[in-house]
Design a protein around this ligand. Structure first.
Ligand code: AMP
Ligand code: MN
Ligand code: MN
Ligand code: MN
Length: 283
């Protein structure tokens, strides 16, 4: 069993990279890929754990893209952490995120929830603030009862306090990841759009834009979704990956490796991913 999607407190998770590596080993993962949003900040600490665990520790990241008017997440799996150009590109993304965060502070004040940037920062172990930290700060100040309510009323994608970021196009994300030696993969397509969506067409378009794989196994998929997306990848000739999207206590009940209980990502997906990595992209 492997897990190619998880987060530490370097983005919006709650575990340290060290703890994540130990946890992966404890649940007997063959391989574990760390995929924090917009950063490789946790990678040195994560890789330094390799001598202490049997689980193979792998490098990745998760980027947000703009596609069909919505946010589409793209995993960059097996990127080279020493690639200076990729590091600079991630830094630019973090700058855009920070601009968005400051604008969200202003918007929330207009909506009667005047929290400060410093308050949000104090809830986070990282300078890379995301909406989970905003949700916590809003709950701490009593503007919502609990963090999930912040997403329902204020900062969820369709809520008045949400401010979008300037996001990459899928083709740009795919190129950046390829140029860093990684494989660009569509993260949790079932969360972007569910039943009834014309995925065959949309995924073929993403493939034309340079996406080479899709997450067919996911911590929060139902069995039917897994079957559908694994089949879609086979029809299009894309690689299948899988992971839990573990966030520690920010996603209660979601476990590393097993997700909500039924997840089991087969080891041989990693072999195919590595073959795809060597094969190179369509560029
Ligand atoms: P950001 O990257 O700052 O826009 O924040 C996105 C993060 O917020 C996601 O990775 C999730 O962890 C979290 N998030 C987004 N929407 C929701 C939601 N409706 N409920 C709970 N968490 C959410
Ligand atoms: Mn996240
Ligand atoms: Mn995601
Ligand atoms: Mn994720």
């Amino acid at each position: 069993m492997i897990d190619l999607h998880c987060h530490t407190l370097h983005s919006d998770g709650t575990d340290t990279p060290e703890r994540l590596a130990l946890l992966g080993d404890a649940v007997h993962l063959t391989a574990l890929c760390l995929t924090d949003h917009d950063t490789l900040g946790g990678i040195p600490e994560f890789l330094a754990m390799q001598p202490r665990v049997t689980t193979r520790l792998l490098v990745g990241t998760e980027l947000s893209c703009h596609f069909l008017g919505r946010s589409l997440h793209v995993l960059g799996l097996l990127v080279n952490p020493a690639d200076a150009r990729f590091q600079a590109r991630l830094e630019e993304l973090r700058g855009r995120r920070d601009d968005r965060n400051h604008r969200m502070i202003t918007r929330l004040a207009e909506l009667g929830c005047p929290i400060t940037y410093e308050e949000v920062q104090s809830q986070a172990a990282t300078p890379l603030l995301s909406r989970v930290h905003f949700a916590q700060a809003l709950a701490t100040r009593g503007f919502v009862r609990r963090a999930p309510e912040a997403f329902e009323r204020l900062i969820g994608d369709d809520c008045p306090g949400f401010v979008p970021r300037e996001e990459l196009s899928p083709s740009e994300a795919a190129r950046w990841i390829r140029e860093a030696g990684g494989v660009p993969v569509v993260a949790h397509p079932g969360r972007f759009a569910g039943a009834g969506f014309r995925w065959d067409e949309a995924m073929a378009e993403l493939q034309r834009q340079g996406l080479e794989g899709l997450e067919g196994y996911y911590g929060e998929y139902r069995a039917a979704e897994q079957k559908y997306f694994v089949g879609l990848a086979a029809r299009l000739g894309m690689v299948v990956t899988g992971g839990s999207d573990y966030h520690g206590s920010h996603k209660p009940g979601l476990r590393l490796g097993t997700g909500r209980g039924g997840l089991k990502v087969p080891d041989d997906l990693l072999d195919r991913l590595e073959i795809q990595q060597m094969r190179g992209g369509y560029h």
